[in-house]
Design a protein around this ligand. Structure first.
Ligand code: DGJ
Length: 715
């Protein structure tokens, strides 16, 4: 998997379908190639072509540097840069040595791909003037390539790291499209595809969370790449905070793709003798289109990233009371919903926001994590036991990273929030954000969580986070370290999550950030599922779930049946449609079950039974996109393949006059096998894939769905 030619100083990282080739040339580390697998990395001839085309050009301008730095002739964005003690930012990195480890080392304090058996290549580069050392680590794992940097200051003077991109690689193909996932609250991860020309296409988060607006994922593809064919080069950052992703099309036509910490909000002071590790990036190349790329991400996230014991367990069907009651509930109301849930066969009751302090609205009490006895006069333990007696598990909502100015915690510790002296403390949703870089704040959260989770039979935690950072400065850091506040926050958060998830391995944790504002691989390391979006409308969810699936597996997505008319967009849909969309994720309900019509009760119960039968397929199967709901499409379709079963999910947004029976073409089937659907019709795999299935099955109204299981016939 890692071949080293010591004479030619070539490093070839490869598996059966991709190659990534590095070469040391005149002391510089070059990224000679990233693409389809090569049998031999005899690419020396490429180096000969790297030369200035005109007398006023510099060689470095045309050199595919693996770690571009600024100031010595490479005029793009730097991947790595340090400000030296004398103020200049020249960083001249020369290759020094390599190490091949028989395992993948841990990345302490940061979420990362875990693959102990995979070899790791470490390349050492040195700036001999300042003593800055950079170790670049590469591991080929699960079809992808991980890459991270470790900086050490071996000089006598302090340095400030101003650029520390986890990954930066050169794609030597012209006329590419950039693909990424953008959006906003309630419309997260919409798929964007746009051609890039010479210049820089960049997007970022400065929010202290990966954010609703952009996901820490970027890809390049050829213009004719489809879901199933063509080349894709992509990067994902295993990190939950601010980031920068960019695609720089250089004067050579090559594109430098890069992802990492965001220089706008992240710097790190490296004292003499100190070390700093970047987050890990995951690079995935596919020659089989976007589905090929997604299959690799889904595989790595499920097999090598998520550390929760719940990762491969069937996820419970839950009822969450948020859209049923918001803040306005009593113990009796909660029990009423729980009784209705028990009758439907639901497995978990989640008590959302409003159970603590004086929390009757979102103006108060974050930080006061003791039970609101006006609403729950008999306490949490009693309520949880009552719910368990009904045959459901009990789960609880927290927003531990936050503090309301109107709270006992704030009155006791007004300096615990992020703030800057003399500046107003900007509120978002009437709340401030705790400084998780401070050890005493981390300990407060750890103690509070441990006490609460030990005080009652709590089987599930919804870990919410409802505002982004402002005034991201810390009361406990010296002036020269203030630009470390955001990253120290993330390290503090990861420490807290590590402690709590380790202490309660049987608790299922679901991440949430105003819906999908922190849907990233960093959180996925600790928590196997994330609340995909606060937008629960079935039609909106087609795009949100489809876009999310580009990188993250459906087993990571929470998806619930909510009320109709929908609370976010007012759309009226059938429970059949809402359920068919929700069953593709971790299924649940988010409405007042005690007030369902008799007809909806029957449908809801049928869904609970169906999901119990299907969740092995939806949570463990291979997910493949068939029809995109984007670019004005009236349809969406996807499938899950698990052993001898294929679950087909098709959706139509609006009814059409005089309809043409569009076809859906299934994928990844055995051409020679036969498949029977639930209505008893049998088709050959070849027919389903190549002739397709006319979508004549939709009822004659708007917002409809069709879901069926095909079972491969024996013999
Ligand atoms: C935002 C979440 O996304 C919702 O599901 C809900 O938990 C609210 N916060 C509660 O304040």
């Amino acid at each position: 998997m890692i071949h080293i030619d010591q004479t030619k100083q070539i490093f070839h990282l490869t598996d059966s379908h991709f190659s990534y080739v590095l070469k040391v040339h005149q002391g510089k580390l070059l990224n000679l190639y990233w693409g389809a697998a090569l049998a031999h990395a005899d690419l020396d001839y490429l180096v000969e072509a790297i030369r200035p085309g005109a007398s006023f050009e510099l060689t470095e301008q045309r050199t595919p540097l693996e770690l571009p730095t600024m100031g010595t002739g490479w005029y793009g964005m730097p991947a790595v840069q340090a400000q030296n003690a004398d103020g200049n930012t020249l960083t001249a990195l020369t290759y020094r040595s390599y190490r091949l480890l028989p395992h993948k080392p841990d990345l302490p304090g940061l979420p990362h791909v875990v693959d102990p058996a995979a070899e790791t290549l470490q390349l050492q580069l040195i700036d001999s003037l300042t003593g800055l050392e950079v170790i670049v680590s590469y591991t080929v794992s699960g079809g992808g390539l991980t890459r991270s940097l470790s900086f050490s200051n071996h000089g006598t003077q302090p340095l400030t790291l101003t650029h520390m991109a986890s990954a930066s690689a050169t794609v030597s193909a012209q006329g590419l499209d950039v693909i990424h996932l953008r959006g906003a609250h309630a419309r997260e991860r919409q798929l964007v595809r746009t051609p890039v020309g010479q210049g820089t296409y960049a997007f970022d988060s400065q929010r202290g969370a990966s954010g609703h607006e952009h996901n820490p994922f970027v890809a390049l593809a050829t213009p004719h790449t489809t879901e199933d064919s063509g080349q894709v080069w992509s990067m994902n950052l295993i990190y939950s905070g601010s980031f920068l992703a960019s695609a720089q099309v250089r004067e050579t036509g090559d594109t430098v793709l890069s992802i990492g910490l965001n220089p706008a909000v992240h710097q790190w002071r490296l004292e003499s003798g100190a070390q700093f590790d970047t987050p890990e990036a995951l690079l995935v190349y596919s020659s089989q289109g976007f589905n090929g790329m997604s299959h690799i991400y889904h595989h790595i996230f499920r097999e090598h990233l998520c550390q929760s014991p719940w990762n491969h367990r069937p996820r419970p069907i839950l009822i969450n009371n948020w859209e049923a009651t918001y803040f306005n509930f009593t113990e009796e109301k909660i029990l009423q919903i729980a009784r209705a849930a028990a009758q439907l066969g639901i497995e978990l009751f989640v008590l959302d926001d409003g159970w603590f302090g004086q929390r009757d609205d979102d103006h108060r009490s974050l930080g006061d994590w003791y039970v609101n006895t006006r609403k729950l006069p008999h306490g949490l333990k009693h309520l949880a036991e009552q719910i368990e007696a009904l045959g459901l598990r009990f789960g609880l909502w927290f927003e531990p990273e936050m503090i309301s100015p109107n709270s006992d915690l704030y009155r006791a510790h007004p300096d615990w929030c992020l703030h800057a002296p003399g500046r107003p403390r900007t509120e978002g949703r009437h709340q401030l954000i705790l400084d998780l870089g401070r050890p005493e704040v981390q300990q407060f959260i750890i103690n509070m969580m441990k006490e609460t989770l030990s005080s009652a039979p709590i089987s599930y935690v919804k870990w919410d986070m409802n505002r982004n950072m402002t005034e991201a400065f810390s009361a406990v850091l010296p002036p020269e370290r203030q630009m470390e506040t955001q990253h120290r926050y993330m390290l503090g958060l990861y420490h807290v999550l590590e402690e709590i998830t380790q202490a309660f391995p049987e608790v299922l944790f679901e991440s949430c950030a105003g819906g999908g504002g922190r849907f990233d691989a960093g959180m996925l390391y600790y928590m196997p599922q994330t609340w995909t979006s606060d937008n629960t409308d079935a039609i909106e969810r087609l795009g949100i779930q489809y876009g999310t699936s580009l990188v993250y597996p459906p087993s990571a997505m929470g998806a619930h049946i909510s009320a109709s008319p929908n609370h976010q967009v007012g759309r009226v849909t059938t429970m059949q449609m809402r359920g068919d969309v929700a069953l593709s994720g971790n299924f649940g309900f988010e409405l007042d079950l005690s007030r369902l019509s008799a007809e909806d009760r029957v449908t809801a119960k049928a869904f609970v039974n169906r999901v119990k039968a299907l969740r092995t397929i939806t949570q463990g199967g291979m997910f493949t996109r068939l029809i995109s709901p984007f670019e004005g499409s009236n349809y969406a379709a996807w499938q899950f393949t698990y052993e001898d079963q294929v679950l087909l999910c098709c959706f139509r947004k609006l009814n059409e006059p005089n309809p043409v029976p569009h076809r859906v073409y299934l994928k990844d089937l055995d051409e020679h096998a036969f498949y029977r659907d639930e209505a008893g019709h049998t088709y050959s795999g070849a027919a389903l894939m190549h002739a397709g299935l006319p979508m004549t099955f939709f009822p004659q109204h708007d917002f409809t769905s069709y879901v069926t299981v095909f079972t491969q016939q024996k013999g």
